[in-house]
Design a binder for this molecule. Sequence first.
Ligand SMILES: [Zn+2]
Length: 204
Amino acid sequence: MGAKDRLGQKHIEAFHEIKRLFFPRWDLRGQWRVRHQTPGGHARLGGGRCYSESKLILLSEVSMEKEELWCLIIHEICHSSISGHGKRWKARMRKAAERAKMLGFERLGEKLLKNIDGYNADWNEIKGDWIHGFPTAVYGKIEDILLDCPDITYTILVKYLARELCLSPKEFRKKYKRARKVFDDAKKEMTEWRHPIKNSLLKS
Ligand SMILES: [Zn+2]
């Protein structure tokens, strides 16, 4: 067995253990895969990528302590169906950190919380991004609003966002073609994960 295969094996074992301990209701059909990627090119050493559509997590890791690897895998699993490091991704990570502490993995819990902190961008910066209408920021905003108001309808949401962006609802729909899909996906995903919405709001 070559070094790369051994690493691949180590990743697969860690992935399954993490799934069992942290995400028992995720990927029940076992469709997700982890694969080792040689660092270099686009692959950062100690980095990971999550491809939601092909249900694949690529990890480029050479030798890392267990907490480091577990944190990386949890980070990537939290990206399944969520791109970016917004509120919903953070809520998932926070939940995993709480679980780590509950299971007695103190250091892993700390590492996860530190990882979340690394993505706490200045709120004004985020607001600036979305108020300028950058599509990714607007789509991120849709996910944030849903987290706060899970029962909001799509029509009301579009009305609100359009007003904030000085557009008519019709212009909004035309400019942000993926908005409906982002809304539907976020809604579906929230039901699947059953986020502790109230708890995460209290803490944020
Ligand atoms: Zn990430």
